[in-house]
Design a protein around this ligand. Sequence first.
Ligand code: FAD
Length: 408
Amino acid sequence: MPVTTTPHHIAVVGGGIGGLAAALAIARAGHEVTLVERAAQFGEIGAGLQLAPNASLALEELGVLAEVQSTAVAPPQLVMMDALTGDQITAIDLRSTAYKERFKHPYLVTHRTDLHAALLAACREHPAVTLRTGHTVTHAEQDASAVRLHFAEPVEVLTADAVVAADGLHSKLRQALVGDGDPVCSRYVAFRGALPAERMSGRMSQHAASEAVMVWAGPRMHLVQYPVRRGELYNQVAVFESDSYAPDSDDWGTEAELEERFAGACQAVRDALPLVSRDRRWPLYDRLPVDNWVHGRITLLGDAAHPMLQYLAQGACQALEDAVALGHAVGRFSDPADAFTAYAELRRERAARIQTNARRFGDICHLEGMGATLRNMLLASRSPEDFDDISWVWTPAPVPTPAGTTAP
Ligand SMILES: Cc1cc2nc3c(=O)[nH]c(=O)nc-3n(C[C@H](O)[C@H](O)[C@H](O)COP(=O)(O)OP(=O)(O)OC[C@H]3O[C@@H](n4cnc5c(N)ncnc54)[C@H](O)[C@@H]3O)c2cc1C
């Protein structure tokens, strides 16, 4: 990481994966950071997360890859199956020489709390990071030299030289600065969670037992499965489109609809479904890409900047890429506004492309009838060592370094 010449005090709003990674990157670039989180305690939800090689590269740059790897699983393959027939559609070999030569960094699957804990521990250890929970930001004001953050609870003002808004999908700061309304609901919902792996005994396909990431693609539904936390837990995510979606209601995408949508699935999917967590349902949202991530001394990061559907498993990966790019930028420019502009210029186009293609990949995954047949036929011809279609997603743009050269 570069070393800054003019230390600033930068506030980060939001203590999710994006906010913690940003705080760490900014502190490692030589600035003071105060991170404010509205929850009473830091935490993540009890489900899994896929980290493609672009994310493991970012974690290495943030100095936490080894810690994350100590609990994560490195799956041998990504396998796409037909959820109706139970036949394999295609696979990607994640341990081949071709994979290693191309991406150099591992594909990992982790429990969200393990990744979050690794980032939180690194922030706690860094002397330049101050962490505050129970602080809900209501709005921000800025002039040419500072930003003032206002809180609902406690009633106080935090003044910083600049602010990074990493306050997630429903970002208050984005709402005020970008003004593009509410996130777009896809009418799909997810039921998800991780359970002790032994509870899956007798309910796993051969591939799943090998620790592969399984994606069972079906008409307007899919199931994702993979092990996390050294293989001790097994993560399952069941996703489907609801026919009862109503914009102003929360009574759609119900458990009964889940059962109905998956009723025609193959035996392996039906065996797994009773063990998909029903504790909570997650309506799935994204937004269309926007250009204006930077507003003077405030910038957006992570889901606040580029909320996307999860079909390419890239939302958190992109937040980690954001954090690394931001760290480099605040190390290169003494004016935070210039640093934010450089960061956004590097990140915007790539994040937008992934946001847009996540929707498209969801459509491909959820094809029905003839569409699904054609998809399966086309994908059957690809080799597990052919990465040409996914390589751009898993390869971040090179980050400029102070000397004007670029880091990988
Ligand atoms: C079903 C599903 C599966 C997914 N799978 C993957 C995957 O496999 N791989 C992947 O890379 N991504 C995945 N994602 C996306 C990923 O979860 C998100 O992109 C990522 O968690 C976003 O992190 P974030 O820090 O930007 O936002 P968040 O995690 O939403 O964090 C925002 C934080 O800000 C805090 N906050 C909000 N408002 C305020 C306020 N006013 N004041 C103070 N604090 C505030 C919140 O409490 C929260 O802690 C998935 C998403 C879903 C829904």
